[in-house]
Write a protein that binds this ligand. Structure first.
Ligand code: NAD
Length: 349
């Protein structure tokens, strides 16, 4: 395994990780350790190029700095990506090689699950480094963060609905969900229990078919989800899906979901606002997962109480952001970024 530092003007540290024996190519980015050790998940995707993966890890690690600050955690922002298909390229040996790379940072970066990773994969990383969370076994093991992530998103959807329509009741409300993976599936379960009607999509036809059966959901092709007529659009798959091509198609009053980096650029937040669509900032809405992971990194003894307290505080933060955005007639994303930047500046002073 070879770990090579890369130029990192916008970040504290960025590394390229390679291992010829296992075919590993990936990156680790530490955006900020101002609030504590950097924490953020490990993603495995068949990126089209190394440049695409590098751009993703940089954006995602900055998002983790904001997410951890918004969630009130004493953690900084970091992220890691591996280029490859999780279904065919992921082996214990490849994960061991990546784990050894994480270990060289000596706790400046803690990893956990993100797209393409499961608790069993974290187990393989933990065989070679202690700087990993989201484990299934062990004294402070916190397991799969997805159910808590989905709870936080569900809270954000209710809060946005209450803000936009005067009532947070989701009975009879139609939600278009993009992505039926770990987060999307748990979210659909909660929405369905609350009486919401679901329109779903995924690139995996099997998951769509299961959602039709489990939730009585209507289904559309992946490229049709943007134009779906619904009250709420909940992106729970990939980033960058709110952009100049998709925003004009939207047929909803609210966008609130769990995917990271939903806005292709900050201008897209303004474009949503100009269309009168309320956007619940992603890094606040999806903070539940890192709250759950934090119980393991911080070795919290009463994990359930910690999670409940932080989820409640996160919801209050979302409410405050939406209220301020309304008062200032601006987009909530800009308010959310300013809020966490002010919080970090206060901490640094
Ligand atoms: P996952 O890999 O389990 O699920 C992603 C799903 O999206 C899969 O079913 C996949 O087939 C589908 N998908 C991929 N591209 C798609 C497309 N173009 N259109 C429709 N569907 C598509 O991942 P996950 O853990 O559910 O995470 C989903 C999103 O939430 C990611 O952006 C992730 O970074 C974010 N997130 C996850 C957590 C967590 O706890 N898992 C926490 C915070 C944020």
């Amino acid at each position: 395994m070879i770990i090579t530092p890369m130029p990192a003007s916008s970040h504290e540290e960025i590394y390229c990780v390679e291992d010829t024996a296992t075919g590993l190519l990936g990156y680790i980015a530490v955006h900020s350790t101002q609030l504590g050790p950097a924490a953020g998940g490990l993603r495995m995707r068949p990126y089209a190029s190394a440049q695409e993966a590098l751009t993703d890890v940089k954006r995602l690690s900055q998002g983790m700095t904001y997410k951890n600050a918004a969630a009130g955690l004493p953690l900084g922002g970091g992220k890691a990506v591996i280029i490859g298909h999780p279904g065919t390229d992921k082996t214990p040996e490849l994960l061991h090689a990546f784990g050894r790379a994480i270990d060289t940072l000596q706790g400046r970066y803690f990893t956990a699950e993100d797209m393409g990773m499961a608790p069993a994969d974290m187990g393989h990383l933990a065989e070679v480094t202690p700087f990993v969370a989201g484990l299934s076994n062990g004294e402070f093991a916190s397991g799969d963060p997805s159910p808590i992530t989905a709870r936080g998103i569900y809270n954000a959807i209710r809060t946005a609905q209450g803000h936009h329509c005067g009532s947070a009741d989701l009975d009879g409300v139609t939600v278009a969900v993009q992505g039926l993976g770990n987060v999307g599936w748990y979210l659909c379960t909660q929405l369905s229990s609350a009486g919401a009607n679901l329109i779903v999509t995924d690139t995996d036809a099997v998951r769509i078919s299961k959602a039709k059966t489990a939730f009585g959901a209507a289904a559309v092709e992946p490229d049709q989800i943007y134009a779906a007529k619904a009250d709420i659009f909940a992106p729970c798959a990939i980033g960058g899906i709110l952009n100049p091509e998709t925003i004009p198609q939207l047929n909803v009053g609210i966008v609130a979901g769990g995917a990271n980096n939903q806005l292709a650029s900050p201008q897209d937040g303004l474009a949503l606002h100009a269309r009168g669509i309320l956007y619940a900032p992603d890094f606040v809405a999806n903070g539940g997962g890192i709250i759950n992971v934090a119980t393991e990194i911080l070795r919290i003894s009463d994990q359930a109480a910690f999670v409940e307290e932080k989820l409640e505080a996160l919801d209050l933060t979302m409410q405050a952001i939406l209220s301020q955005a309304r008062a200032e007639n601006t987009c909530p994303d800009a308010v959310a970024v300013a809020t966490v930047q002010a919080k970090m500046a206060r901490r640094a002073a």
